[in-house]
Design a protein around this ligand. Structure first.
Ligand code: BQF
Length: 301
């Protein structure tokens, strides 16, 4: 069994991005600039945003954090989004989810200019991804592709079983792994809460992507010998002996599954850190105008 080390891979990718930033700087180009909007006090969201801002500093990006209280109205947030859409110095931005109950997440997502949607959540980016056009890929699926590629894990012709059908992980990774691409060409089965005999499906998998949000959901008797396991779960479970009173547990029962796996990602330190580097890669692509052609310069008469 080989552990897929997300922390190590994320550091390697950050080093590569930092090198690209130094090149841009040497050529007198524009330093990539990411903005993040954080609404409310959710502790997990605060820690995610902090780590994104810290990662920007590590690679030499500019970053701007916009913090607002829980009482922020939807109209006020839409104004902030509009301002970021129009700010020529901002290459890309994210609105950290989840948002307080009075704000409609879909409305906010739709308000983001797809050219600055470095989370890849806007339906325009999702549609472009699905059709194999240049697009910002959603951070978690992009991170998973990087892990498979950099560990040299063959995907072509393999049977991949995805557990969970969310808009940000299960559904997009199913599309990406079935595409005709360097990392792709899988036969994909997308399973979910209504799947009949789910263990029978996972037992046929060469590759399992677990993204259902239930701690220890995938058990040892649900996988075959030699399986590749990507665990997307980040579940907080109470643990009085832990410093913070909780610990992070994946969607995979690691101790039962690891002995049967050829490759497996740990939690923490697996997919999580890769989502952050995906965001940085998308921001670099945004700054370079790689996904959408740069806006035309206004003609002076
Ligand atoms: C690790 C996220 C659910 C809902 C909204 C490293 C992260 C997590 C774990 C991280 C996540 C999850 C993020 C680890 C960003 C991943 O060491 O295991 C990094 O920062 N994530 C988010 O921004 O919003 C979420 C999960």
């Amino acid at each position: 069994m080989q552990l897929i080390d997300g922390n190590k891979l994320a550091q390697e990718i950050k080093d590569e991005i930092a090198g690209e930033v130094r090149k841009i700087q040497a050529e007198g180009g524009k330093i990539p600039h990411l903005a993040a909007v954080l609404v409310g006090e959710d502790p997990a969201s605060q820690s995610y945003v902090r780590s994104k801002v810290r990662s920007c500093e590590q690679v030499g990006f500019k970053s701007t954090l916009i913090r607002r209280g829980t009482e922020l109205t939807e109209a006020e947030l839409l104004d902030i989004v509009q301002g970021l859409n129009e700010d020529p110095d901002i290459d890309g931005f994210i609105v950290q989810l989840p948002l307080p109950a009075q704000i409609d997440e879909l409305k906010v997502t739709l308000a983001i200019d797809p050219r600055k949607d470095v989370d890849g959540f806007h339906p325009v980016n999702f549609g472009r991804m699905a059709q194999g056009l240049p697009a910002y890929l959603p951070a978690t699926p992009y991170g998973i592709l990087q892990m498979l590629e950099r560990y040299g894990i063959e995907t072509s012709g393999k049977h991949c079983v995805v557990v969970g059908r969310s808009n940000i992980v299960g559904t997009p990774i199913s599309i990406l792994l079935s595409r005709k691409a360097k990392v792709g060409n899988c036969t994909v089965t997308l399973t979910h809460s209504r799947t009949r005999d789910l263990p029978a499906e996972t037992r046929r998998a060469d590759i399992i992507i677990a993204a259902i949000g239930i701690p220890n959901f995938v058990r040892g008797d649900m996988v075959k010998e030699g399986v590749v396991v990507i665990d997307v779960g980040i579940n907080r479970v109470d643990d009085p002996t832990a410093k913070r009173g909780y610990r992070l547990v994946g969607d995979v029962h690691f101790d039962e599954v690891a002995p049967k796996a050829s490759f497996i990602t740990p939690v923490p330190g697996g997919v999580g850190p890769m989502t952050v580097t995906s965001l940085l890669m998308n921001t670099l692509r945004a700054a370079r105008g790689e996904v959408y052609p740069p806006a035309a310069k206004s003609k002076t008469p």
